[in-house]
Design a protein around this ligand. Structure first.
Ligand SMILES: [Fe+2]
Ligand SMILES: [Fe+2]
Length: 324
């Protein structure tokens, strides 16, 4: 493992303090961006495995059963760099950052209505992932299951403003609502009343829930949990691209159009917390997978990741069409 000094030299996680925009044309080295966080997330779990005496028997069984390696997971994730979703996200963000002054508002209102539903719809998807791992009770290792869930619950709790060791903050729904009102000068409730289930988001939600709840058409509880965790990896990995680029695109739009029209964005928190947080979520998903998924289940992970890549690309291409 590399020293932290070496990591720091090539990790370029954008932070609120620097606020550096990442150019859209560049493929982000996602695995590198989250390297420090992977180490941080992994450390307590490993320590816990070593220091929990009651679980020693399970631990040695766990060590013998050849879990998937971090390298194998990173290689699966690297396939997403060249996948359909990254192409669709690139297309969407080019359009978003170059929206014309005359038409940006109606086009973006429609997209924001979709995003209101879509972003919330990941919460039941995360809940379904947790359920599939919880449902391996009696089939998976007691400690491995517990540690995987301890990791997986954190991004879901974060959606409701909960972070370990901190006061409960605003929920992400509250932050989105503030962002929406600041951008479009109207309450989010208005668009929710007009269109509570926008089509593109509804279709993606239905696909995600169908895939996760059926474990990608598998029946064995472990296979279903592995599928769910692979699906979760793809969600978080792609969300890192999605949210980083979305912040950049709104910065551009703000500079070229919104400021000119004397209505600059003032509520950046929703975009900033997501641009910062998704790499950490991906690292948490990573830690959960390497402690739970047997190496022989690698193809199930790949299939789950490709399933989400395909459906997420359809969604973002639909959003891009709305901006065209
Ligand atoms: Fe969120
Ligand atoms: Fe996330």
């Amino acid at each position: 493992m590399m020293s932290s000094a070496m990591h720091a030299a090539w990790c370029t996680v954008p932070t609120r303090s620097t606020g550096l925009a990442l150019p859209l044309g560049r493929v982000l080295p996602q695995a590198q961006r989250r390297c420090i966080r992977v180490v941080n997330v992994m450390s307590p779990s490993r320590q816990e495995l070593v220091t929990a005496p009651r679980h020693s028997e399970q631990i040695s069984r766990q060590a013998d059963s050849a879990m998937i390696t971090r390298e194998a997971v990173q290689s699966l994730e690297a396939d997403l760099d060249n996948g359909e979703s990254v192409k669709a996200l690139r297309r969407f963000n080019r359009l978003l950052s170059n929206l014309p002054a005359e038409t940006w508002e109606p086009k973006l209102r429609k997209v924001m209505g979709e995003l209101a539903y879509n972003l919330e719809s990941f919460n039941p998807a995360f809940t379904a992932v947790l359920l599939k791992v919880q449902s391996t009770i009696g089939h998976s290792d007691y400690v491995a299951r517990d540690l995987a869930l301890k990791n997986l619950i954190q991004p879901l709790a974060g959606e409701y403003g909960m972070h370990n060791g901190q006061e409960q903050a605003k929920t992400h729904r509250e932050l989105f609502s503030e962002f929406y009102r600041d951008l479009l000068k109207e309450p989010l409730e208005d668009v929710l009343a007009i269109c509570p289930r926008p089509l593109a988001s509804l279709q993606l939600f239905q696909r995600m829930m169908h895939d996760i709840m059926t474990g990608g058409q598998t029946s064995d509880p472990i296979d279903q949990a592995c599928y769910a965790m692979g699906y979760n990896l793809a969600i978080e990995y792609l969300a890192d691209y999605e949210k980083t680029w979305m912040l950049d695109s709104f910065r551009s739009l703000n500079q070229t159009v919104l400021q000119e029209q004397r209505r600059p964005l003032t509520e950046w928190l929703f975009l900033e917390v997501h641009a910062e947080g998704e790499a950490e979520h991906a690292a948490i998903g990573h830690a959960a997978v390497v402690g739970f998924v047997p190496a022989q289940k690698q193809e199930i992970l790949r299939r789950a990741m490709m399933d989400h890549d395909r459906d997420f690309a359809v969604f973002y291409n639909a959003l891009a069409d709305m901006l065209q």
